[in-house]
Design a protein around this ligand. Structure first.
Ligand SMILES: Cc1ncc(COP(=O)(O)O)c(C=O)c1O
Length: 386
């Protein structure tokens, strides 16, 4: 194995307290999910349960295998799957349940695993938001049969784009290893493009240029002019792109080795910022993340419900406060017709309501004063505590 790959997997395994041989690296997190589903033998006729508040690429990975995504509504406190709805959604065709770690907040994994194991159903933890956090004292991504992580731009630590799978059910191992040599290798042009984007992100993106740069990047990537988080066809069709099953480049691994070292400090800051938001919102009797959900979680973003989101966004942008958009649609970022992905709005009323009101506050912030005084000024736009 190449030295950089070995080092990167070693660093990941130290964080995740797993064996580095259990880690498989990919071009993106979604490819890791696809590889896990494939190793689980997911195929036409199977159902895969996923929450109706996720990223479209999760649904795509299921659809590319000919299986059916079954969307379960979320719990408004955790932004993760509602357990009662999960139980109702299980059928004889259910093969897998994907438990998400939204914003870094864990699903109730113990309960989900109990439900799944009684019926012989596999579980996968979508830890794309949760690297570096814990669930009941153990690292996120350790509890299910397998988990997958993302190291895309806005994730706990970044390799630009990137992802990996971790396998805990060793019956899946042989299948994962078998497919390793079927991965396409990233080409030279892609590695150069990534290096240019690292430079632009590091030197040209700041609070002032953020939204114009993000909008330009999104436009260029939808037109497939630059490597994007999602290509145009991934948000407009359910056909698998030709070069989808791709491995991770050494360029990405090197970036990961550098950025993972800063993660401990960043995560301490994220938790502190989240606590400041909660204190403020509790005091004002506004919606907030419940304190009992705090203990171990890593707050990649802080979710907040607002009444007039367009107005709130406009005002935040004016003050150069960067708000996130996860998830303004149940299979984000697909707005409008979601039938192609099998979403039935009537089955996910809580998610539909939250999608209309959600904004994500930043948590990697050195000085919170500006944001808190903004929230204070716009307090009437924030949804009251339930
Ligand atoms: C919940 C969730 N799952 C999966 C993914 C896919 O990760 P990647 O972009 O690395 O494929 C994302 C991307 O943001 C996500 O938000």
């Amino acid at each position: 194995m190449n030295k950089t790959k070995r080092r990167y997997k070693q660093l990941l395994s130290q964080y995740l307290k797993c064996d580095s041989e259990d880690i498989f690296l990919y071009w993106k997190g979604r490819v890791a999910l696809y590889a896990i589903l494939k190793a689980m033998g997911v195929q036409k006729g199977d159902e895969v349960i996923v929450q109706g508040y996720t990223c479209v690429v999760v649904a795509n990975a299921i659809l590319y295998l000919g299986a059916k995504p079954v969307y379960v509504d979320i719990d408004s406190n955790t932004y993760n799957m509602n357990l009662r709805k999960l139980t109702e959604a299980i059928t004889n065709n259910t093969k897998v349940v994907i438990c998400q770690n939204t914003y870094g907040l864990s699903s109730n994994l113990e309960e989900i695993q109990k439900i799944a194991s009684e019926k012989g159903i596999y579980t996968i933890e979508d830890c794309t938001h949760g690297f570096g956090g814990y669930y009941r004292g153990i690292p996120n991504g350790s509890s299910c049969d397998a988990s997958f992580f993302s190291t895309q731009w806005n994730k706990p630590f970044s390799t630009g784009i990137g992802g990996f799978a971790v396998i805990h059910n060793h019956c899946l191992m042989k299948k994962m290893i078998e497919r390793e040599n079927q991965k396409i290798s990233p080409n030279f042009k892609e590695c150069i493009e990534l290096s240019i984007m690292y430079f632009v992100r590091g030197w040209l993106v700041n609070d002032i240029t953020y939204w114009s740069m993000v909008n330009l990047y999104r436009w260029l990537s939808r037109k497939n002019i630059v490597i994007g988080s999602s290509s145009g066809e991934e948000v407009t069709s359910i056909r698998m792109p030709n070069d989808y099953f791709k491995g991770m480049s050494v360029t990405q691994m090197k970036k990961g080795i550098k950025n993972i070292r800063r993660l401990k400090d960043v995560n301490i800051r994220r938790k502190k910022c989240a606590a400041v938001y909660t204190d403020f919102l509790v005091d004002k009797k506004k919606n907030h993340v419940k304190e009992e959900l705090f203990s171990d979680h890593m707050f990649l973003r802080y979710p907040l419900l607002v009444n007039d989101r367009d107005e709130f966004r406009k005002k935040a942008e004016r003050e150069k406060i960067i708000l996130g958009e996860w998830f303004e649609a149940p299979v984000y970022p697909c707005y409008g017709n979601m039938r192609m992905w099998g979403v039935k709005e009537k089955d996910i009323p809580v998610s539909m309501d939250i999608c209309k009101k959600i904004v994500n506050l930043p948590t990697d912030v050195k000085d919170m004063k500006k944001i808190i005084s903004f929230l204070e000024k716009e307090i009437d736009l924030i949804v009251d505590e339930q």
